[in-house]
Design a binder for this molecule. Structure first.
Ligand code: SF4
Length: 371
């Protein structure tokens, strides 16, 4: 579908949004993300999916661009219900425009004619029915930036929670106080991409470093279960200084925040930077440890980073959750405690009734949902 007809389709699916208000001269202020766009009548915000129609803020709902049943480790969450499945729904558009986006076909669909994505109408009830039918324990808003459709996510999450499911966001962290207050009652898990520690480079992606750091702090202080991912891109954010900056910031907030340092492969508009070698991930691991972080997970190179993909007790080094890639191969926690030294391990671990599910779903494949 071309950009114009996609835009028209999303406008037909639009409804008034809660995260904003009317300002003078017919303008509206959107506060769903850190851009806090002031939008004149007849125009859209930076994300291109939220717009002002007659002095009212509108945004799309009631559709998905992708619906897929993934291992929760793929989000990635390693300290949240390991070995279970997450029904993942993605929308269109983004408030950033990262040159190495691995989901650019949907995230940049409103900006780039080469991104040929489409919107498929679906109700919140149907998403929850799919999640239950597929044996998923979590429903996740992911693939594009979920903040820009926070109201739709809450619509889905309310029903998901009622059905006994866990809810999660996979986000760039460019959030606002208002968005976190709005999401908090309906959300359990929040993953943030920390893309570097250099404001000048952050601005080339469409954001600012400070708002993402503030966003991480907001999520942590709101008490949501938080994990951080840094996709390490050679020549972009892989210097010791930059890795130390990120690790130091996280450790100061809490040494218990898991930090995933994952390997890049050339994608979208960043085709000249080579793949991230395993030794760079292991260097990031050592830098994270030296900064005081307890849980650092090199990712995207399964089997090539020693036993760092697994979770060990930081006190006695007992093996707690054994992983290769997205596959959980052993689970030894007792509740939230190390079975050997009884230390409490931070996380959003299994409720007792979900444990049998682990046995059924300890595989790493991805299943697309036909609907
Ligand atoms: S979601 Fe962000 S980019 Fe989109 S209109 Fe709102 S403030 Fe602007």
């Amino acid at each position: 579908m071309n950009r114009e007809s996609l835009k028209e389709q999303l406008e037909r699916l639009a409804a008034p949004m809660a995260l904003g208000w009317a300002e003078e001269k017919g303008r509206v202020r959107c506060v769903a993300c850190g851009h806090r766009c002031l939008i004149p009548d007849g125009h859209a915000g930076i994300c291109k999916v939220r717009f002002n129609r007659g002095g009212v803020l509108y945004g799309p709902r009631g559709y998905v661009a992708g619906l897929q049943d993934d291992p929760i480790e793929k989000k990635p969450f390693f300290h949240a219900v390991p070995g279970t499945r997450a029904l993942s729904f993605g929308m269109l558009g983004c408030d950033f425009h990262c040159g190495y986006c691995q989901n650019w076909v949907t995230s940049q669909a409103l900006r780039d004619d080469a991104a040929l994505a489409s919107a498929r109408p679906i109700s919140a009830e149907e998403i929850v029915v799919h999640a239950k039918a597929m044996g998923a324990l979590t429903v996740t808003s992911t693939y594009n930036e979920p903040l820009i459709t926070s109201e739709w996510a809450v619509e889905v999450f309310k029903l998901a929670r009622n059905a006994g499911l866990v809810t999660s966001f996979v986000s760039n962290g460019n959030n606002t106080e208002e968005a976190i207050a709005y999401l908090r009652p309906h959300l359990d898990l929040y993953k943030i991409d920390l893309k570097g520690f250099d404001d000048r480079r952050y601005r080339t992606l469409g954001g600012t470093l400070q708002n993402v750091l503030d966003g991480i702090e907001r999520v942590f202080k709101a008490g949501l279960w938080l994990e951080i991912v840094t996709l390490i891109v050679p020549g972009f954010n892989d210097s010791d200084a930059e890795l130390r900056g990120m690790a130091g910031f996280l450790a100061e907030l809490s040494s218990d925040i898991p930090w995933h340092v994952t390997a890049f492969h050339p994608d979208y508009r960043m085709l000249d930077n080579g793949q991230t070698p395993a030794r760079t991930l292991l260097r990031a691991y050592e830098i994270g440890k030296a900064a005081g972080l307890r849980y650092i997970y090199p990712g995207n190179l399964p089997g090539r980073v020693g036993d760092t993909e697994s979770t060990h007790c930081p006190h006695c080094n007992a093996l707690l959750v054994e992983r290769v890639g997205f596959a959980v191969q052993g689970y030894h926690l007792q509740g939230d405690r190390c079975p050997q030294c009884q230390a409490t391990i931070p996380g959003f671990w299994h409720r007792a009734e979900t444990l049998p599910r682990l046995q059924r779903s300890a595989f790493s494949s991805v299943r697309r949902v036909a609907f």
